[in-house]
Design a protein around this ligand. Sequence first.
Ligand SMILES: [Zn+2]
Length: 61
Amino acid sequence: MLGELEVRYIQAYQATKAYLCPGCNRDIPERTHHVVVVPTEAPDLRRHWHTGCWQRRKPRS
Ligand SMILES: [Zn+2]
């Protein structure tokens, strides 16, 4: 278990690299607004997601 997750919103101008989204296994191109999900106890395991993929994965309750 990873415990608490911190979700950070990355603005397009802050996204200087491309990432692979674990939700859809497609690239997140650079200069794209997306989210990064950081386990507070294991920040090295942070993952970058498309904003839409993350919201579909974890719907608001
Ligand atoms: Zn995605």
